[in-house]
Structure formats: structure tokens, C-alpha cells
Design a protein around this ligand. Sequence first.
Ligand SMILES: Nc1ncnc2c1ncn2[C@@H]1O[C@H](COP(=O)(O)OP(=O)(O)O)[C@@H](O)[C@H]1O
Ligand SMILES: [Mg+2]
Length: 292
Amino acid sequence: MKLAILSRNGSLYSTRRLVEAARVRGHTVRVLDPLRCYLRIAPGGFAMRYKGKPVAGYDAVIPRIGTSVTRYATAVLRQFELMGVYSPNPSDAILRARDKLRAHQLLAAQGIGLPTTVFGDNPDDTDDLLSLLGPPPHVIKLNEGTQGAGVMLTEKPAASRAAVEALRGLYANFLVQEFVAEAGGADLRCFVVGDRVVAAMRRQAPDGEFRSNLHRGGQASPAQADAQEQAVAVGSARALGLGVAGVDLVQSSRGPLVLEVNSTPGLEGIELACRVDVAGAVIEYVAGNISC
Ligand SMILES: Nc1ncnc2c1ncn2[C@@H]1O[C@H](COP(=O)(O)OP(=O)(O)O)[C@@H](O)[C@H]1O
Ligand SMILES: [Mg+2]
């Protein structure tokens, strides 16, 4: 197949590995910077150009879209879709996953377990809103945060109220959740490709930290997702329409709960921790969907 990888930087680990995995399987692959793709939109005539030349003849595109370019890059991806190019993660699915509020609504509607979450706008409603969750600790997170930045833990009602007021003052969109203390600062990243968890790693937050993100000093170790965790991870990716996803779960006393579904999951942490060819699994999945 002729494959495009939409990525701002061809030297990033994930991009390099996808290129490598495609080449060893005999595919033609090119990395395109989404911000250098420009689009012609007209009825019956969707076209795209890149650095002065037409973008044409691709069978598939793998989006690796950073949060800072979501809007532009999903428009480019949508143009690929309108030109008949297959993407394992369609533009609408990426937009669903990036918006935590929307993703939580869609997952809960499918009966997928999540930490109970509240959302509200008016300051007059803050006390009642927080009372829907029960007493603190609460986790307050920015709707479009990533890598653990913008995720806070509040231990007292006054701290929850103050954090909510501060975020409102900044016109930020945020969610407030029950804190899953039983997780003990650990979560399970399940890398989903199609209807399979191809690799999983446990991430443990350092002492004194509840966020297990590797960017916050979390330690990764290989793990095996059990049947229930696999079903929740695969079901979450499917509920959002993602063929490739990183689904983060925490273990609670009522079973696995989904924290987040990442539509551009990094390959470096999981490949190095698990010694699994995750890039190869992604390429084979994409190639399999083209040929059928
Ligand atoms: N409700 C919660 N209860 C316990 N820990 C949480 C909760 N929400 C988030 N965390 C911890 O914080 C980390 C980051 O939260 P997450 O929602 O994944 O935001 P981000 O998109 O910034 O990674 C999680 O990996 C988890 O370790
Ligand atoms: Mg996360």
C-alpha cells in the first residue's frame, strides 16, 4: 500500500517506528507535516497539495496529531477521508476522544465504567455540583489537558471550590471527578489495535504523586490486561470509533474504570517497556483494512 503518516516531526520515535514497520513490510510510506498540507474544497473536487505538489494516490493515512494542532490537522485528515483515503482513526473519532467531556458521555452511554464525573458552568451551582460527587478528595482536570498537566487533586471542599473558581476565572473547560484512591497512583495503559489489546503497561506514579503519566515521572512496567480489562479497553476504542487507541484504566473496587482514551498514543514507552512490535501491529491492521 501507499501510506501517509501525518506527523509534525519525522524524527519522533513513534513516527520513525511506523515508517520502519511499513518499509519492512514492503509498503511505500511518506511522512507529511499536516501544517504543510493545504486543501482545495469544492463540490465534487477535493484536492490537497504539499509543498507545491499534489498529494494523490494514497491508500491509507495514519494520523499522529499533537494536541496543539488538533483543529488544522483534523481538517487535513477529513480532506483525506473525502478523497477516499482510509484512516484507522477518522477525524471525527479523534475529535470525540480529545474532548474529555464528550468522550465520557459517549463511554458512559455504552455502559463503560468511569470515575463519576460532573460538569457545570454557573458559579451559583458549584456547591450543588460538587455535592453530586460526594465528599473530596476530588480530581479536577482540564477538558483538553494531556500528559497529566492540568490534573489536580483537592482534599478539602474549600480546595475544590477554590480550584473550580480559579478555572472559571480563566474561562477554562474542566471536569470534576471522584478520586479513585484504590488505584494507588497506578494505571494500566492498554494499546488497542482493532479488536485486540496488543500490549499493556502498568504505570506507577512516584511517591507523593497521584498522576502516573510517564511525563510526570511515572515508572512503566510490562503488564497483562485481564479479560475484563481487555473488553473495557476494546469497547472504549470502539465506542469512540478509534481503530488505534491508548486506553488508560484504573482498578477500583467496582472494577476497571476508564480515565482517558488517547487517539494518538505514543509508541516509545510501551514498545520499550513491553518489547512488543506495536508499530508492526498498527501497520498490519491498516494494510488488512485496505485489502478487504
Ligand atoms: N479520577 C481519578 N482518580 C485517581 N487518579 C486519577 C484520576 N484521574 C486521573 N488520575 C491520575 O492522573 C493521571 C492523568 O489523568 P488523565 O485523565 O489521564 O489526564 P491526561 O490527559 O493529562 O493524561 C492518570 O493517568 C491517573 O494516574
Ligand atoms: Mg492520561
